[in-house]
Design a protein around this ligand. Structure first.
Ligand code: FAD
Ligand code: UDP
Length: 391
């Protein structure tokens, strides 16, 4: 096929990485084509209203959080925010637990009221020192000891990654806070909020503000490359796929989502469990660390979106193996996987006029705000290299 159209930048992937780069380049006067093989924009952060009328996150819950005022300022050009205290619970031994581990969890464990000092004394006995922790087992047992590690982390991590916590970087489980007060928020960042009224709406406004961006959905890289002549490629898909898996496929974990909606009587019957009319479970997210349960968590996103609607939707998340052609949701944060990636990183560095950014192209377990930061930095670099476009 002969290329039939020219553009300045061809951008593969319409997720956070691709759309932020496109917006910045378009603002600098460059023409951009953004191609995504999926039929929608937003990448894994895509949200939509389901058949029950509930706003859901199609690819698992996306809790926006950041410590960076610059990233909030940038995204606020395209969205308002709804502040959310993301609260979750863990379900084990037949009951709900306060999670992440905090003073309430300790009281639940010992079955009586306690103080921060009591908990700290208990932890001083329970902790197994590892300085610095070298993996995800050490990072947790050095903070809370083996009993709470077994209760909340070991089984969940094995299910999620099909690897023992000892074989995963300390940063994987280390991102879950441990507190000796009653602060039970899941996250620690200073800004925790969801775009209001949603991620897809935010991306729609980003694109609406940038007439220089031509979005092609349902188009993969091979087709886009054949159709467009361009001066520079920004690739946000998987780096091993870009190189035709020539050094072998990198390891990923995938997920299967099972949604279920409830209305009327079905929902009313759940009130003794949820404690709130109109909701199915008592918190936004309930984690299931036990091996006998095949899923890792159930998310009821209506708790966070604040959507006023009678129905509710819950989504069960089942970890799954990944093969080429499947959805590579998680790069594996472990030394062997990183070493395999390094070989691809060398190939990527040698590519002329190609940028590799985002979670898949850099094979990093990045949150959304980190990807936005990376995209803003790359766009700045490109404008420095190529100057301003012709409008
Ligand atoms: P993606 O969103 O994956 O977008 C890449 C896009 O490229 C996709 O749309 C894909 O279809 C397209 N693409 C890939 N290859 C090709 C190709 N060859 N041709 C055409 N198109 C292609 N982050 C948080 O900050 N908070 C959270 O709570 C959170 N929860 C998460 C939960 C889950 C289950 C997952 C999987 C991730 C979560 N994340 C969360 C991470 C977040 O999804 C990412 O940081 C962010 O979406 C990365 O953006 P991206 O543009 O790099 O990649
Ligand atoms: N984790 C766990 N038990 C939990 C929650 C998390 O063992 O109840 C571990 C697990 O290995 C998980 C990691 O901590 O992959 C990070 O959890 P997070 O909820 O941040 O995962 P994500 O939302 O990125 O899937």
């Amino acid at each position: 096929m002969q290329p039939d159209t020219t553009t300045d930048f061809l951008i593969i992937g319409a997720g956070f990485a691709g759309l932020v780069v496109a917006e910045r380049l378009a603002a600098a006067g460059w023409r951009c084509v953004v191609a995504d093989r999926r039929p929608h924009i937003g990448g894994n952060a895509y949200d939509e209203v389901d058949r029950a009328g509930v706003l859901v996150h199609r690819y698992g819950p996306h809790y926006f959080r950041t410590n960076s005022p610059r990233i909030v300022e940038y995204l606020s050009r395209f969205t308002g925010w709804r502040e959310v205290a993301y609260t979750i619970k863990s379900f084990a031994r037949g009951r709900f637990w306060s999670f992440p581990v905090n003073l309430n969890t300790f009281e639940e464990l010992i079955g009586k009221p306690a103080t921060t000092a009591d908990f700290e004394n208990w932890l001083a006995q329970a902790r197994e020192p590892h300085e610095p922790p070298r993996n995800s087992e050490e990072v947790i047992v050095s903070q809370v000891g083996r009993e709470l590690y077994r209760l909340f982390f070991e089984g969940y991590t094995l299910k999620q990654w099909q690897r023992h916590p000892r074989e995963l970087d300390a940063s994987v489980c280390g991102r879950i806070p441990v507190r000796t007060n009653r602060d039970d928020r899941y996250l620690t960042e200073s800004f925790q909020a969801l775009p209001d009224p949603g991620y897809t709406a935010m991306f729609g406004r980003l694109l609406g503000s940038s007439p220089g961006i031509d979005v092609r959905l349902g188009m993969d890289y091979a087709e886009a490359r054949a159709r467009f002549r361009y001066r520079h490629l920004v690739f946000t898909g998987a780096v091993d796929e870009y190189f035709g898996y020539r050094l072998g496929a990198l390891p990923y974990r995938s997920l299967r989502f099972e949604a279920e909606s409830f209305t009327g009587g079905g929902l009313a019957a759940r009130e003794p469990v949820s404690g709130k009319p109109g909701f199915w479970q008592p918190a936004l997210q309930v984690n299931y660390p036990e091996a006998e349960v095949p899923f890792t968590r159930i998310v009821e996103i209506k708790h966070a979106t604040g959507q006023q609607v009678d129905a509710t939707t819950i989504v069960r998340e089942f970890p799954a193996d990944w093969q080429p052609g499947g959805e590579p949701f998680y790069p594996i944060p472990a030394p062997d996987a990183r070493a395999a990636y390094q070989a691809y990183a060398k190939l990527a560095e040698a590519e002329q006029r190609v940028s590799f950014i985002g979670r898949l192209a850099t094979y990093r377990y990045y949150n959304m705000d980190q990807v936005v930061g990376m995209a803003l930095a790359e766009a700045e670099r490109l404008v420095e290299t190529y100057g301003k476009g012709g409008g």
